[in-house]
Design a protein around this ligand. Structure first.
Ligand code: PMP
Length: 359
């Protein structure tokens, strides 16, 4: 029998793609992935474990996650007019949304730079993506350029990360509403970092039936559980829900997030602490004259190296046992690096290493 070769059989896109790469961080201070640096407080651990003891592992989880969804509704005061879909991280929900609109000639619109998964998932599903550049050096939105691109391309789906990753920028609500009013398809406002921001745009889901809000528990302290949620009108979500695999949120995650939501003040306090430390870190970084530091409404800070290349600083930081994210490219992010806000001592270690690396 002749050997069957993958490239002869599989979709052409796969041949030129790489599997998603995650940096090795063993033994390093991990400030690369916008995680909350604080674990579940010891006082809650035992209570959480006793909740897990009751989970029946031999049974499938509730496919509708009814109890957890009700807890989301209560915790975030979600209107009964809106529907919810839970996902295995918000990445899964981004995938469902793109799958839902993936017709021949359909396209997606987002801005650049923004969250890399929009482009990656669009690529592997085979949907064309248009990326409208943000303003050079300030990363502000250019609503007029976006509206023009909407009229020219008629995108079925628009992704706007508010605050944006990797820039940390929170764009004005009026600009987002301007885009929403011009949109000819769905607008997904990705609020992964909203807990760290001055305001949320969640109200827009009620005001406009074609606006969906995407949220995640990852940045608040539960990245390991993989739980994202999508909020919007029943008219849209009931259709998108048809693509969701029945047991996409496992029983341990359902029970753990349910537990976490019932103790949400613990996570809110951690978020407040992270925001305070973010401002301290920004102030300390702004004292360094060989970098430009961008403001942030998120749990990370974008900065640009002015004298030594970002690639070199990134490698030097690793030699000092600090892992951040090298986001430098040939476009608007030239010589840019992104650091996640860590604990006070982690931030201090980063500052010391950064100063040494810039010498
Ligand atoms: N949206 C944005 C803007 C993000 O930065 C991320 C993660 N970095 C996600 C969504 C995905 O988060 P998760 O899959 O962990 O919910």
């Amino acid at each position: 029998m002749a050997t069957i070769i993958p490239q002869q059989l599989l979709r052409a896109e796969l041949e030129n793609m790489l599997a998603y790469q995650v940096a090795h961080t063993e033994g390093l201070i991990k400030l690369d992935a916008m995680e909350n640096p604080y674990p579940l407080p010891a006082s809650l651990r035992d209570k959480w474990l006793s909740t897990l003891r009751k989970v029946t592992l031999n049974r499938y989880p509730d496919p509708q996650a009814k109890r957890l969804k009700q807890n989301f509704r209560n915790t975030f005061s979600i209107s009964s007019k809106l529907e919810l879909i839970l996902g295995n991280g918000s990445d899964e929900l981004i995938q469902l949304l793109i799958l839902a609109i993936a017709k021949p000639n359909a396209c997606i619109l987002t801005v650049t730079p923004s969250f890399s998964m929009y482009k990656l998932i669009a690529k592997f599903i085979g949907v064309h993506i248009i990326q409208v550049p943000l303003e050079v050096n300030s990363f502000t939105l250019r609503p007029d350029h976006i509206c023009k691109a909407i009229h020219e391309n008629d995108p079925a789906l628009i992704f706007l990360a508010c605050p944006n990753n990797p820039t940390g920028t929170l764009w004005p609500r009026e600009q987002i509403e301007q885009i929403v009013r011009h949109a000819t398809g769905l607008v997904v406002i990705d609020e992964a970092y909203a807990p760290f921001a001055a305001y949320s745009m969640m109200y827009m889901a009620e005001k406009y039936s074609h606006v969906l809000i995407l949220r995640t528990m990852s940045k608040m302290g539960l990245a390991g559980l993989r739980l994202g949620w999508l909020l919007g009108s029943a008219q849209w979500l009931s259709e998108i829900n048809k693509l969701r695999l029945p047991y996409n949120v496992n029983a341990l995650t359902q029970a753990s997030v349910d537990f976490a939501l019932s103790h949400i003040s613990v996570f809110n306090d951690q978020v407040k602490l992270i925001c305070k430390q973010r401002e301290q870190l920004i102030a300390a970084m702004r004292d360094i004259d060989s970098i430009k530091v961008f403001s942030s409404e998120s749990n990370f800070i974008l900065f640009k190296t002015l004298r030594i290349s970002a690639d070199i600083i990134f490698k030097r930081l690793i030699s000092h046992k600090i892992m951040i994210k090298n986001v430098a490219d040939k476009g608007l992010l030239g010589n840019c690096l992104r650091v996640t806000v860590g604990t006070e001592s982690e931030n201090q270690a980063f500052l010391t290493a950064l100063n040494k690396s810039l010498e």
